[in-house]
Ligand binder design. Sequence first.
Ligand SMILES: *Cc1c(COP(=O)(O)O)cnc(C)c1O
Length: 303
Amino acid sequence: MFDRKQLDYIKSSIVELQHSVAQHAGIKLLIKREDQNHPFISGNKWWKLKYNLEAAQQQGYKTLLTFGGAYSNHIYATAAAAHELGLKSIGVIRGEETLPLNATLAFAKSRGMQLHYVSREAYRDKKEEAFIQKLHDQFGDFYLIPEGGTNQQAVKGCAEFAAQLNAEVDFDYLCLPVGTGGTMAGMILGLDQQTEVIGISVLRDGAFLKEEINNHLKNFSDTVYGNWHIKTIYHHGGYAKTNPQLLSFMDEMNTNHNLPLDPVYTAKLMWGVQDMIAKGKFRRGSTVLVLHTGGLQGLQNDL
Ligand SMILES: *Cc1c(COP(=O)(O)O)cnc(C)c1O
């Protein structure tokens, strides 16, 4: 028998946000604080890693290898998860090394992650056979987790989370941020089809995400799901881009509502939710559940 370990998990709370916009619209606004499910492997990353870690251990791998930018929540979480389970980890990082390391990469290194920098040009080939073969030549055997952690195992983990959430609380709408769409696909699969799932794209030109999510859904089910859509107007300039309005909104949510948000994902999510409520996109009398997907580690970096 192999020695399979599981990540620690803390059941997170659901809090009601008393926001005047929601009160005027007659909406109950709930936040699932899944950012609090683990101190280092937080939010959706916990669920995206769950079955990848299980598969890696089951198949006898000793090393995880994955990809990400220098501020990546996924790199941070993977380093912590590998450390917790006694696996080695290698992070293939986009771009040149900059010293001193930022808080994200310093943490990853402190958890034993070996950081391997590749140029932005080379990084574009991260899915190519030849590129991965070169990594094998250099690092030997490893379990590969794609950039952002999205693959079938990740979708499976998020579907499990969605089913758990569905049993925990009643809600009519689920709102979440979307990067690759892996989390959203899992949520759609795991909820019942009465719930409307609304994804807020944090990328500029997020329209392509619809097809990505459809492809993930098809891997699991023949059902045609009509209960979801993606909002593409709340990206604030694109991935990891911010502006003063977004940053002061973040501040306000933290100060007045005790809700810490990160600028890359969850601030854009809450901004979008607030705007949609103000514009009457949710039925009066309904419950909107907002999924806090984590990412607060990013606040330790100077933006
Ligand atoms: C990675 C991440 C997302 C995006 O998840 P996808 O499955 O790639 O869509 C959303 N929120 C936070 C905080 C994240 O770290």
